[in-house]
Ligand binder design. Sequence first.
Ligand SMILES: [Zn+2]
Length: 269
Amino acid sequence: MPSYISQYFNLISDSTIIAAIFMFGASIGSFLNVCIYRIPKDESIVFPGSFCPACETPIPFYLNIPIISFIILRGKCRNCRKSISFRYPIVEFITAMFAVATFLKFGLTVESLFWFSFIAVLIVISFIDFDLQIIPDILSIPGIFIFALSSVVIPEMTIKDTLLGIVMGGGSLYLVAVSYYLIRKDEGMGGGDIKLLAMIGAAIGWKGVAFTIFASSLLGTVAGIIIMIITRKADSKLRIPFGPYLAAASLIYIFKGESLISWYFSILS
Ligand SMILES: [Zn+2]
């Protein structure tokens, strides 16, 4: 077979794999929507199946295709015609993009599965924290133990990295919380953030935690300034959930951490 033809077939099979992984990610995203909505209410994430939040009519499986159903139904429930939140397809799309990004970086490996599970938990935590300013212990505490498996699954990680990550992640924010409390007599940093950073530390180790603290503060400061400019309020007591920044920073570390760190040190030297 001439090489341009085999290249053509390679291209088709590559894009088929990526499309399949995108749809797989979107379906997981659909499940994450259920988790975001039900975990804070202590409801089962398995039963019952999906239903319309407004009229509680069950959504049949053929109308529950991630992203596509939302577009076909133009964002409305087929029964009561109430608008369905834009958040649902957005969560599905974000999850799908991360599935593709994970595949492109790590291939079809156990490593990929590990990082994608970690990302999925971070997506759920971020949206719950954004909505309700809480990070459920039921996600972060088992997460510390589950993601400590990084020392087994991820080649660069050792058990020492993982343990130091947990201690540094939990300990550093604990110190921040205690000193904030001593100075302001007020709880600025939630206990949820402490357990979340311990979970992140379990997955990405102490170097990752150092990067995450640095990058999340930077992201938080930039976002805080933008929010202050938009709302024209300089309310320092405005409770901005910090979980999404910690999650975003740790994801930057997984995908771009090494190149960012060497770039940073190349500027310094
Ligand atoms: Zn409805």
